[in-house]
Each structure stands twice: as structure tokens, then as C-alpha cells.
Ligand binder design. Structure first.
Ligand code: GDP
Ligand code: ZN
Length: 221
């Protein structure tokens, strides 16, 4: 439960997820809410694409449809990593992700020669060890910085008001201002346009539930 600052003055956040260990939408959505609040551009990187997983592909497609910048990478295929490089030029990017998703391998791919320590996945998850413990700043020879952050198990939004969380859910925007009551909390109120959108399938139910999980967790903290 320790709180720790990771980085300051960043332009964009590269959120790395992998087939293994599988991402939880909760952590991804927390990153996205935080990025939105700080006006940081998110880049979603789905790593280990060399491992087949339909569940993973469904998640990728969903976030692509939501309009996020999405990359599928494999550290076994350098071309997939090269595709990210133009986005990092002349910008300060913080790279985040659960331990074991391949973040260190990705940093090595993006910055040959830095030798970020690649850990053993099973050892990482079983012992709860992090291969990276301190944030590190790397410079791209052609311009731009990359900040590698410690493996984060839980990403808190302790600096945010619960009422701000919804701003990070862009897909709610067309509906959430159309409710009968101006101060609608989108829970049990009649005439809630957001709930209607969920019923119709215009808003993904999982995103809606995820929003409330984050909202209530923050209310309780
Ligand atoms: P980190 O904890 O996020 O920094 O992850 P590491 O880079 O240390 O990698 C964790 C494990 O995943 C290591 O065993 C890597 O060899 C493996 N790994 C990393 N990237 C990939 C990938 O793209 N595909 C596959 N199949 N394994 C990978
Ligand atoms: Zn409502």
C-alpha cells in the first residue's frame, strides 16, 4: 500500500500488457483515466503477440475501437517494436506495465545497448519480485526520452476526485450528459441515458462495470 511518484513532466504513457501475465481491464482503465486527467497521451502496447490468444485479440480490438493508439508487439519480431519508435521521437514517454509483461525486453528493443535486466516470468510472479525497482531515464540518440518505471502491482488514483473518474471514459461521453437529471450518477436514476446506452449495447457493459469498480474503490479509500 505504499504510494510512490513514478515520473513528472511526461508527454505520453506507454502502457504495456501481455498475453501472459494477462491484463486486467481494471489496471488498464486506471492508467487511461490517469492519463486523461494529466493530459498525457496513452499508447497501448500489447506484447507477446507471438502467443495465440483470442481473449487477448478481443481486448485489443475493443480498445482500438475506442480510438486508442494500439500496437501489437513481440520481442521475437523486431519489426513490431520498430513500429512504435516514430511515436517516441522528441517526446518524453513513461513506460508502465505489470511485472513480467516484457517491459525490460521492450526497452532493450527500443534502445539497443541499455541492457535492461530481463527476468524470469515464473520467478517474477511466484516471488513477487520486480526486475526493475527504480525509475530510470533513457535518452534516444535521435531525440526523446524514455522513463522506465518500477513494476507496479496496483495503480492507484489516490490523487483524483471520484467525480473525475468518468472523464477518462471517452466512450461514455455521447450519453452521460443526456440523462434526465443533470446530476445523474448513472446508477438507479430513471431516465439515465448512459444506462440506456449500455442496455442497447452502444456502451460496452464491461467498461461500465469497470467504471463503477474504480469509482467505488476510490469512494471507499
Ligand atoms: P518485465 O518484467 O515486464 O520487464 O518483463 P521481461 O522483459 O523481464 O520479460 C519477462 C519474461 O517474458 C521473460 O522470460 C521474457 O523472455 C519473456 N518475454 C518478453 N517479451 C516476450 C515476447 O514478446 N514474447 C514472448 N513469448 N515472451 C516474451
Ligand atoms: Zn445517468
Amino acid at each position: 500500500g505504499r504510494k510512490q511518484h513514478i515520473a513528472a513532466n511526461v508527454d505520453q504513457i506507454m502502457i504495456v500488457m501481455a498475453v501472459k501475465p494477462p491484463p486486467t481491464r481494471d489496471i488498464l482503465n486506471r492508467y487511461l483515466v490517469s492519463a486523461e486527467h494529466e493530459s498525457i497521451d496513452p499508447i497501448l502496447v500489447f506484447n507477446k503477440s507471438d502467443i495465440d490468444s483470442q481473449v487477448f485479440i478481443n481486448i485489443i480490438n475493443q480498445y482500438e475501437q475506442l480510438g486508442y493508439q494500439v500496437f501489437k508487439t513481440s520481442n521475437k519480431d523486431p519489426h513490431t517494436i520498430d513500429a512504435i519508435k516514430p511515436l517516441l521521437k522528441d517526446r518524453t514517454t513513461v513506460i508502465v506495465g505489470q511485472s513480467g509483461v516484457g517491459k525490460s525486453s521492450l526497452v532493450n528493443g527500443l534502445l539497443p545497448g541499455v541492457n535492461a535486466k530481463v527476468g524470469d516470468l515464473s520467478e517474477n510472479s511466484r516471488l513477487g519480485r520486480h526486475t526493475t525497482t527504480n525509475a530510470r531515464l533513457f535518452h534516444f540518440p535521435s531525440g526523446g526520452d524514455l522513463i522506465d518505471s518500477p513494476g507496479i502491482r496496483e495503480f492507484g488514483l489516490w490523487h483524483l476526485e471520484p467525480e473525475k473518474i468518468i472523464d477518462g471514459f471517452h466512450d461514455f461521453e455521447p450519453w452521460r450528459f443526456e440523462c434526465r437529471f443533470r446530476d445523474c450518477k448513472h446508477q438507479q436514476e430513471p431516465g439515465c441515458a448512459l444506462q440506456d446506452a449500455v442496455q442497447r449495447g452502444d456502451v460496452h457493459r464491461q467498461r461500465f462495470e469497470n467504471y463503477f469498480n474504480i469509482y467505488h474503490a476510490l469512494l471507499a479509500s
